[in-house]
Design a protein around this ligand. Sequence first.
Ligand code: 5CA
Length: 444
Amino acid sequence: MRLSRYFLPVLKETPAEAQVASHRLMLRAGMIKQAGAGIYSWLPLGYRLLRNIERIVHEEQQRAGHIPMLMPTLQSADLWRESGRYDAYGPEMLRIRDRHERDLLYGPTNEEMITDIFRSHASSYRDLPLTLYHIQWKFRDEVRPRFGVMRGREFYMKDGYNFDLTYEDAMAAYDRHMVSYLRTYERMGLKAIPMRADSGPIGGDDTHEFLVLAETGESEVFYDAAIADLRLGDRAIDYDDRAGLRAIREEWTTPYARTDETHDESLFAQIPEDRQRVSRGIEVGQIFYFGTKYSEPMGATVSGPDGQVVPVHMGSHGIGVSRLAGALIEANHDEAGIIWPEGVTPFHCGIVNLRQGDGDCDAACTRIEAALAAKGLDPLYDDRDERAGAKFATMDLIGLPWRITVGPRGLKSGKVELTSRRTGESEEMSPEAAIDRVGAIYGA
Ligand code: 5CA
């Protein structure tokens, strides 16, 4: 992509309304524009990020055997009357009436709709186990939308629903979700800790939230430092191996980790003092097991192997896809701007031409751009007629992890500069070496 032809409306001034770094930086880097309280347009750079986050979520869900689909944003109130949540949900639900005086709502979550789909089309234990998910916009009329996309009213969420014959099967689904979530966050370069949680309006007993540690997080968190060192790394994961998944769940849930909602001082005090941590966190996902809470009132049943008709065991599992955009920045930024982890970066590499219009510089940049594209990478080439300082400031602000700088002096000795946004370190090398290095970083 050529910056001169792109739409990157960066702001010079720090927007006064933004209280946290991620909100400030998303506005300054031209990633989002507020459309209303807690409602945002995703400008091209923000949209690329959102798509990358979404792609990783899709890949990891499907790796775990979960099946993608898409449900609408508008739902019929009648379905929610069946579960009893139409009245229970309260003012957070956006209620709408159509021209035929039918009550609709903008979905805050989809338990009712997916249960209706299931009961219409599945009737036997042979249809199980089944996990369906979608990534779709949600609306919750939060009292205090704030921190940009982190607590929006309209937000983008992955929500998945498992249907199982028995409690044991549903627990296997729970474990599978936990492991797939750990993998998802790790691929994004995030450390997200599962913490025992409260189930709120979704219901159920077993539930964990995933929290990214950040000073600006909305929840206070208490944990054993041992959990922060755990990594899945490149372990091979077999999603059919129930015992293996359970072992990973235990590894991640045995050390103490809770939010202020479920914190227990006396249990916390049992952790060796040098490992006790109190911090803040951003909730980027939550998994729930709620048994037959929806299947029973809504008649989502199957006939078991013995011919008996029983309600299915269910759980639901959410990832805050749009909130992750903010959480990623909270965990990865400095004074100058964003620092994208390679797994999610909207462009793989920036190319800065220090002397636009100079034949050699222009030709070298074009060659580097084409070579990176040939490797399947997306570079962002700053081909504007701007001062070097302004180009560097833009690159630092938008946070691409690698930058190749091309200038007339270096080119005379056949060199360009490769700079890491995270460390700030630069190295001189031939254009070919820089292309190979960037390619290798992304496994291209
Ligand atoms: N049905 C269940 C699981 S699919 C559910 O709705 N869970 S939830 O309420 O915990 O939401 C899932 C995730 O969506 C949260 O962990 C959070 O990351 C994100 N989320 C929730 N509310 C908002 C909001 N107002 N703005 C941005 N993201 C949100």
